[in-house]
Design a protein around this ligand. Structure first.
Ligand code: GRF
Length: 197
């Protein structure tokens, strides 16, 4: 089965790039069918580079999170995805989005959940002075980064690490976890419905 993926971003989309590169291999069992963003994200340029359609549902153009979510659902549904990936979408999605797509709605997070949930997982790990943090891939539910864990891996915090040096070491791990999960879902080795039960 070739999975149809919609990937939602807010930032540079480096994790998205790794998925796009992986799916250039004809054997890879998934294709990104559309890239969506909540703002004018730099990563939307990857759409042009890889010939993938993009759409933007600007958060600030809607009166509230619910109205934004309604339009986001409509835009994502147009692509009939098997899996929706939040890859650096820096917004909490409203419950209607979770209801529409979960458990086929997954999120990458730059910490070893349940440690350091929220928008500043890397910064919070550094501030806490821990000697290891990590990367996690989860099913999105109505909590903040509290959904079922699909995969996670530890990443050491090194002396002298800054938020950016640590994040740069975490991201390749996030990418690996994400690509492996996409492979496992496509090959029926991972059943998100079962995991989220
Ligand atoms: C990733 O670390 C993701 O987990 C976090 O934001 C980062 C996105 O990076 N939520 P990029 O846009 O893929 O470079």
């Amino acid at each position: 089965m070739v999975l149809k993926l919609v990937v939602l971003i807010s930032g540079t989309g480096s994790n998205l790039r790794s998925l796009l590169e992986a799916s250039q291999d004809a054997q890879f069992p998934a294709r990104v069918v559309a890239i969506g963003a909540d703002r004018d994200a730099d990563g939307l340029a990857l759409g042009e580079e890889f010939g993938i359609p993009t759409f933007t549902v600007p958060f600030t153009a809607f009166p509230d999170r619910e109205a934004w979510g309604t339009e986001l659902i409509a835009q994502v549904r147009l692509w009939e995805p098997d899996l929706v990936i939040l890859s650096g979408l820096m917004r909490l999605v409203p419950a209607a989005v979770v209801d529409a797509f979960s458990p086929h709605l997954i999120n990458t997070h730059p910490a070893y959940l349940p440690e350091f949930p929220g928008a500043h997982g890397v910064r919070d790990a550094l501030a806490a002075g821990v000697d290891q943090t990590g990367a996690s891939l989860i099913v999105v539910d109505n909590s903040v980064d509290g959904g079922p864990i699909i995969a996670q891996e530890r990443v050491p915090v090194l002396p002298g690490d800054t938020e950016s040096s640590l994040h740069d070491r975490i991201k390749p791990v996030e990418r690996r976890l994400l690509i492996q999960a996409v492979l496992d879902i496509a090959n029926s080795h991972l059943d998100l419905k079962e995991l989220a039960r």
